[in-house]
Ligand binder design. Structure first.
Ligand code: SF4
Length: 839
């Protein structure tokens, strides 16, 4: 955090951060309290505070002393302000002072270095210096030149305590502190200089384009107000407004004026990340100065995938901190840190590229990344984001996707095959007799027990409903309100017996891995082990009334046990509300109350700002028809198949062009392809999306649309909600028509039906939440493929009689000016007229 006094800026830093940035050594797995969460750390500290007088009898005890000191030097371009709270100071009856720094750890006490972890020791020594520098001793009415510095390690599982203690003179502590500050400030100077230049240039620089588009000015004003007021803003901004620039430009201006530290541009697609990068380039071409980082997923940037992130083995992890500082310094040669740059720098310095991206993050102005890094508890930058001093701005692009993704992020799954992989790894380890053997045997026993429990569930699912409901297991589940449908079972809560088995296995596996850093088969155990830890974490931290537990069988009789989040709005909101301004924006956030409630749990009590901008394109360039002659409800579909095939043929025959046809399912698409082929249309070429499609196949499919118009019309068959629903930009003649068959509602499933019941109880609109609204969003996304630029034009044909119902009429955007037609000849006539007028 940086702010200015009259002459120099003040850089403020927490003691923990200062110690970590300078004293961290060794590899990624070397931190002793890795794996201890914030809440667990708080508990360890709280427990110690409660029994400290037992360990320090007769002492005067002072907990949580707030300390602060500053470093000023003519040679530095800033003043350094160091702040923190030391855990405890004890003064014995004889006047001997001990400063105590408490740390939790997992694993074995023998892994603690003789002098303690270097970061922990540095922290304790900095606090000790700051204690001397404060008025603490004066206020206690005595003086001393030496204190005892104690690192007190407390094992999270067992409470076992390990103490490292040494005496330090005041002089030695001061010298240590100055050394640390010198190293830190040396590393800080390039960052400070960058920010100084950035603020000066970005305050002066002006908007990079000659003209603002319609709606763009209003969007920019709303964004800057949201950043200033730390507000939550929802913007429905149709394609063409220039929303990337309309969010980044004001946020960067706000940053230059000290209203926010860091800007996160969050988007789920690589193509949108590229647009954000080129928007920053456009800003730079007009005098802006921006250091940005684009993050890529761990598995895509990894330099050693065969190590499965076993940080005790991966060559890019084991000496991570040794070259980190050099790599960070080198990174200042780049302004746009793209994944390729990060990977190259990491490789040159033997660093894990993913961890290196995280280390780079606090040094850049704009981070461009997927939602996961902010919202997914498995991946998110926990330490950085939880720091209340960080003032960051979240710009959430394509925000409608986050609503769906958030449910997946907060859900956790265990499978029998994953547990069997753990068990197989255990069988490959040959422990020494004694304690090691006992832990290994206990891990084997615990995994066998959990596998056996899940196998019982599989048997229950594979039997008939009558057999299931009469079983002892079903009887045990009755207290948890079970629902059984075919090969699916759900309960409101996770049965305590299973939770206990998961917790026992997770605890024992953690201990086992700490004791066995190397053995054949260890790496193959990492992914199921992480899944196990996450499952436990979700059950302990997030599980609430908005969750259910489900069991479902899959291919080869796999069993999936899932903690399924039905509604993650509160969990999402807790991440940003009161902490950071957020702008949720998308071309389709309709219906707005649906998306605001999914993304902001406090929407009814603390109203967010909502802006709904009109499309900047001419309405006359698009014809929208709701053709209501057919029911596309599941049971009625076959009746209209032949007629719809003829309609598609005739529509594509009215004007040679490129058309995308969205079917309600792959099954439907296969039937439709057959019906179209029976028509033997000579002047139309059909192309069908297979159910599984590689990137190469997808690009080849799109390339056909990008070819020049031929003598034949091209009709691409695809499925609503699949690969071509979003992120496809076909311009001009590349796409001249979109036909959507059905209302886009997702297929029925027991999970979705439980979702319906949940929202029925919560809002009274369960069917809309579970089916109608997410379905209609897919329809608007599909229709949105047509007009991507001001030169685009064409027709959108929505086929389903439900579009005539009042609830759907309310959903259809007004500026579509949709024609509601039930007669086939009239439908073709209106389209023909449109083309004649257009031509
Ligand atoms: S992401 Fe790759 S390089 Fe990094 S620790 Fe994991 S295995 Fe190693």
């Amino acid at each position: 955090m940086t702010f200015r006094t009259d002459s120099k800026a003040i850089v403020s830093i927490a003691v923990r951060q200062l110690a970590e940035s300078v004293r961290r050594q060794g590899g990624l797995g070397s931190s002793l309290n890795a794996g201890i969460t914030g809440n667990e750390g708080t508990k360890i500290h709280g427990d110690f505070a409660n029994y400290a007088d037992r360990d320090f009898p007769g002492h005067q005890l002072f907990s949580e002393i707030t300390l602060q000191t500053s470093v000023q030097s003519d040679s530095l371009p800033f003043h350094l302000l160091v702040q923190g709270r030391c855990d405890m100071v004890a003064i014995s009856p004889e006047g001997r002072v001990t400063l105590i720094e408490v740390k939790g750890f997992r694993g074995h006490a023998r892994s603690i270095p003789q002098d303690g972890d270097p970061v922990h020791l540095a922290q304790a020594l900095i606090y000790s210096h700051m204690l001397f520098d404060s008025d603490f001793f004066d206020s206690q009415g005595f003086a001393t030149q030496e204190i005892d510095v104690q690192l007190r390690y407390i094992a999270f599982e067992s409470g076992e305590t390990h103490i490292v203690q040494n005496s330090w003179t005041r002089e030695a502590l001061t010298s240590h502190f100055l050394q640390i500050c010198a190293a830190f400030t040396k590393a800080m100077v390039p960052l400070y200089e960058h920010r100084f230049t950035r603020n000066e240039l970005n305050q002066k620089a002006s908007f990079p384009y000659e003209q603002l588009r319609d709606g763009q000015r209003q969007m920019m004003q709303e964004v800057i107000a949201a950043v200033r007021d730390k507000a939550v803003l929802f913007v429905q901004a149709p394609t063409g407004i220039g929303k990337t620039m309309a969010t980044l430009y004001p946020a960067i201006k706000a940053q230059a004026n000290g209203l926010t530290n860091q800007i996160f541009y969050l988007t789920p697609t690589r193509s949108q990340r590229k647009i954000a990068e080129s928007t920053l380039d456009d800003l730079e071409s007009q005098g802006f100065y921006i250091r940005s980082l684009t993050l890529r997923a761990k598995e895509q940037i990894c330099l050693s995938p065969e190590h499965f992130c076993d940080i005790k083995q991966c060559p890019y992890a084991i000496r991570y901190y040794e070259q980190l500082q050099d790599a960070l310094e080198k990174s200042y040669e780049h302004r746009r840190l793209l994944p390729e740059d990060v990977q190259a720098l990491a490789k040159a310095h033997n660093l894990c590229p993913f961890e290196f991206s995280l280390a780079l993050m606090p040094t850049v102005d704009v981070v461009i990344c997927d939602y996961n890094y902010i919202f997914n508890p498995r991946i998110r930058f926990q330490n950085f984001l939880a720091d209340p001093k960080q003032r960051y701005t979240l710009l959430v692009d394509e925000a409608h996707n986050l609503a769906r993704r958030s449910r997946e992020m907060f859900s956790a799954v265990l499978t029998i095959s994953g547990l069997l992989a753990l068990r197989k790894g255990l069988a490959q380890c040959r422990p020494e007799p004694g304690n090691d053997r006992r832990i290994h045997d206990s891990a084997c026993l615990s995994s066998d027990r959990l596998i056996q429990s899940l196998t019982q569930f599989r048997e229950l699912l594979l039997g008939t409903d009558a057999q299931a409901t009469e079983s002892a297991l079903y009887e045990e589940l009755k207290a948890h309100h079970p629902v059984k449908r075919d090969q699916f079972l759900a309960t409101k809560s996770l049965p305590p017996r299973l939770l206990a088995e998961v917790a026992t296995l997770a605890g024992i596996m953690t201990r086992f891995f700490a004791d066995h850093p190397e053995f054949p088969g260890r790496q193959a155990m990492m992914i199921p082990y992480f899944d196990l830890l996450y499952f436990l974490r979700v059950s302990e931290r997030y599980y609430s009334d908005s969750y259910i537990t489900t069991w479902r069988t899959g291919e080869r009789e796999e069993l999936y046990m899932t903690l399924l989040a039905l509604d993650a709005s509160t969990l999402l909101t807790d991440i940003y509300r009161d902490q950071s301004p957020v702008v949720f924006f998308s071309a389709t956030l309709s219906p707005l109350p649906y998306y605001t409630s999914l993304l902001d749990a406090r929407t009814t009590t603390e109203r967010p700002e909502i802006v709904n901008l009109p499309s900047p394109f001419q309405k006359e360039r698009r014809l929208v028809i709701c053709y209501e002659a057919h029911s596309l409800r599941y049971g009625d579909r076959s009746q209209s198949m032949a007629s719809i095939a003829r309609l598609i043929r005739d529509v594509a025959g009215l004007r040679k062009g490129h058309y995308l046809v969205f079917s309600p399912s792959f099954y439907y698409q296969r039937q439709l392809a057959r019906a179209l082929s029976d028509l033997k249309a000579q002047d139309i070429e059909f192309l069908a999306q297979p159910q599984q499609m590689t990137d190469k196949q997808k690009n080849a499919f799109l390339a056909r649309f990008q070819e020049a118009r031929s003598v034949k019309s091209l009709v691409g068959l695809t499925v609503i909600g699949s690969l071509f629903n979003e992120g496809v930009d076909l311009v001009g003649e590349e796409l001249t028509g979109v036909i959507v068959i059905g209302t886009g509602i997702p297929g029925m499933s027991p999970e979705r039906d439980i979702l319906r019941q949940y929202y029925d109880a919560k809002t009274g609109s369960g069917f809309e939440y579970a089916y109608v609204w997410p379905g209609f969003n897919r329809v608007t996304q599909a229709a949105g493929r047509l007009i991507r630029s001001e030169d685009d034009f064409g027709i959108v044909l929505l086929i389903d009689d439900r579009y005539g119902r009042s609830d759907y009429r309310q959903l259809i955007p007004e500026d579509w000016s949709a024609h509601h037609i039930e007669n086939r000849d009239e439908c073709l006539e209106v389209i023909d007229m449109f083309w004649k007028d257009y031509n």
